[in-house]
Design a protein around this ligand. Structure first.
Ligand code: TRP
Length: 370
């Protein structure tokens, strides 16, 4: 029997059946893309597997017209490997010419996680923003803002909070129930603010009418559906419908979900060499056989092996990756050896990253409070 799975904005657990999700949520597979997308590992390896209205963004790219990539982060816990993979997607869009809007969801963390605004600010800067910069985010064409403090410019701030208020009339109680399950006034406000996050780039005070793409994990689709419904109902201001893409989650080290609250599930970008080796050796869920003899005879299962799965996010060389897959499957490559390949890859990446992180610390002011 298949294990039951749950994917909501508040909970992700079980063995996710992505095909079923595509059907249930009514999202479309990602079809053929222009060749420039092959330069990004997530697109090339189909880690970004579904979309809504993405063709509008492709048209903008083709016609060299402006577009916005908008996303948000909830600043709880440590910045880990899963977040880093996502950040590479932002950097890719920025290099393609998109303007980036990134919301720090401190109001949402206040309501949904009972975290103070001060704590959110600290974590957002020390963990998320510093790492984004180290991963290649540039200050030009990039606005990072806090939900509790949209802009120094009063006109811009008013427009963002005004939109949140106007959207309220176009939502129903049942929609909120569908997105949030248990509903409180605070969660309703967070939902409306998130809709304003996604829609406000199109206001006159910001970019004016432009296509906006929101790249998310599937768990966030209920938010997107709500924002799209509101966008289609409100007549003034008028909005171009939001586009979105959906990526697979990087699996947790221990085979479950990668979660900031479970240190055996992730590697943080601040982890040192020793910790990386220890965590991978001890916790990485293996698709290997219980004994070496058996492994040599029957081979391992790379499709469930987390070390291999992580390499699909980190090893850029397609041929090398293919060889690792085949050697593991045939039993030529042992689990310990596969883990060693991952450890080397991660260590090299993190060493380089941690140096960049130190330099990134003086850059933060260039990104905030525009
Ligand atoms: N709800 C998102 C999370 O839990 C954060 C978020 C806030 C967001 N505003 C957004 C995501 C706008 C995408 C677009 O992480």
């Amino acid at each position: 029997m298949k294990e039951k799975f749950v994917v909501t904005p508040w909970e992700v657990k079980g063995n996710i059946d992505y095909d079923k999700l595509i059907k249930e949520f009514g999202i479309q597979p990602v079809g053929d893309l222009p060749s420039i997308f092959n330069t990004n590992l997530l697109f090339r390896r189909k880690k970004i597997f579904a979309q809504r209205d993405f063709s509008r963004i492709l048209d903008a790219i083709k016609q060299k017209k402006p577009f916005v990539m908008m996303t948000g982060l909830m600043p709880t816990g440590k910045f880990h490997i899963g977040h880093a993979i996502l950040a590479q997607q932002f950097v890719f869009y920025q290099n393609l010419g998109a303007k980036l809007y990134i919301a720090v969801a401190d109001i949402e963390a206040y309501h949904a996680r009972e975290q103070s605004l001060e704590e959110s600010r600290e974590k957002a800067i020390d963990q998320y923003i510093t790492n984004y910069i180290a991963l290649g985010l540039k200050p030009k064409n990039c606005e990072i803002y806090f939900q509790s403090q949209r802009s120094k410019d009063g006109k811009k701030s008013n427009a963002y909070y005004r939109l949140q208020n106007l959207l309220a009339r176009h939502a129903t109680y049942n929609e909120f129930r569908a997105v949030y399950g248990e509903i409180t006034p605070g969660k309703m406000l967070s939902g409306l603010l998130q809709a304003s996050d996604m829609l406000h780039p199109q206001l006159q005070e910001f970019e004016g009418p432009v296509p906006v793409v929101v790249p998310v994990g599937v768990d966030q689709d209920p938010h997107i559906r709500l924002a799209r419904d509101l966008a289609s109902r409100i007549k003034t201001p008028k909005f171009i419908q939001i586009s979105s893409t959906y990526h697979f989650f990087v699996p947790g080290l221990n085979g479950g979900k990668m979660s900031s609250s479970d240190p055996t599930s992730f590697i943080a970008l601040t982890d040192d060499e020793k910790t990386v080796a220890k965590k991978v050796m001890k916790y990485a869920f293996s698709g290997g056989q219980p004994t070496i003899e058996e492994h040599r005879k029957k081979g391992g299962n790379p499709d469930i092996d987390v070390s291999y799965q992580w390499l699909t996010f980190f090893e850029e060389d397609d041929n090398k990756l293919k060889r690792i897959y085949e050697d593991y499957k045939s039993g030529k490559l042992l689990t310990g050896e596969l883990k060693q390949i991952l450890i080397e890859k991660l260590t090299k990446f993190l060493k380089d990253h941690q140096q960049k992180r130190e330099k990134a610390k003086d850059q933060i002011d260039k990104f905030l409070f525009k």
